[in-house]
Design a protein around this ligand. Structure first.
Ligand code: BTN
Length: 235
């Protein structure tokens, strides 16, 4: 692990994207970001006190590209396990890779595929208590526990956990990990709104299946949805 720290960056993901050569052990940490990015072009509010970091996974060409489609899940599982090991709170896994606590988002993950590498960017709200316009939908460890935590040690734990989880997944598949996240499936049995380009409808979320799709119940029919095609909103 080669930790490189900055007081401020536009985005730790961008920093890694723009690096000409990477060895694979780089971990970029910023105290704040001026252009923190989330999925689907969303903004990630990047206040001091949060863990804001990115690291690289070099593509192993012996591994089919299909295998990498589970990468966001494996990262999410790693963050979930580490948070649970730090404080015994009701963290939940929100399909496909957010972590929720008490119905609010505590961590978001952005995985980007650039040529021969995956850039894994993670934001975890730790000691920050100010969320600007996201105040009603976000929370942090400090807000929930009234304690302060060591940010760098949490970052290191997440990366170590990811290395274990990814190697386990490569060797054994993700059946066990899938079972784990289904145990903490935030959306399970919740009414959701599924939105795609053509229409939007209401459904009830169920388990995550072995292919990574979310099973939903719609008008008494069972269907499966893929995050690539839709966006979801809890009712
Ligand atoms: C999401 O919830 O949509 C993903 C949020 C990912 C935020 C992290 S913070 C560190 C890294 N740098 C970024 O610009 N984004 C990720």
């Amino acid at each position: 692990m080669n930790i490189i720290k900055f007081d401020s960056l536009d985005s730790t993901n961008n920093y890694l994207k723009n690096l000409k050569t990477v060895v694979g052990d780089e971990v970029i940490i910023a105290k704040t970001q001026t252009n923190g990015r989330g999925r689907r072009g969303n903004e990630w509010a990047s206040y001091e006190g949060a863990a804001l970091f990115s690291f690289v996974l070099l593509k192993d060409y012996n591994l089919s590209i299909e295998k990498y489609t589970k990468l966001p899940f494996i990262v999410g599982i790693s963050v979930l396990k580490v948070l649970k090991s730090i404080v015994n709170l009701e963290f939940k896994f929100k399909w496909t890779n957010d972590i929720y606590l008490n119905n609010k988002k505590i961590s978001g993950i952005l995985v980007e595929n650039i040529n021969n590498r995956f850039i894994i960017g993670i934001g975890i709200n730790i000691n920050n208590t100010n969320f600007g316009k996201f105040k009603d939908i976000a929370t942090s460890l400090k807000l929930e526990t009234e304690r302060e935590f060591d940010i760098e040690s949490i970052i290191k734990k997440v990366i170590e956990q990811f290395e274990k989880e990814f190697s386990n997944y490569k060797n054994n598949g993700w059946k066990e990990q899938l079972e784990y996240i289904n145990n903490y499936n935030y959306l399970f049995n919740k009414e959701i709104i599924v939105k795609n380009i053509n229409n939007s409808y209401q459904a009830r979320a169920k388990e995550i299946d072995i292919t990574g799709k979310l099973i939903i119940e719609k008008d008494n029919n069972i269907e499966k949805i893929d995050i690539g095609e839709i966006s979801i909103k809890k009712l």
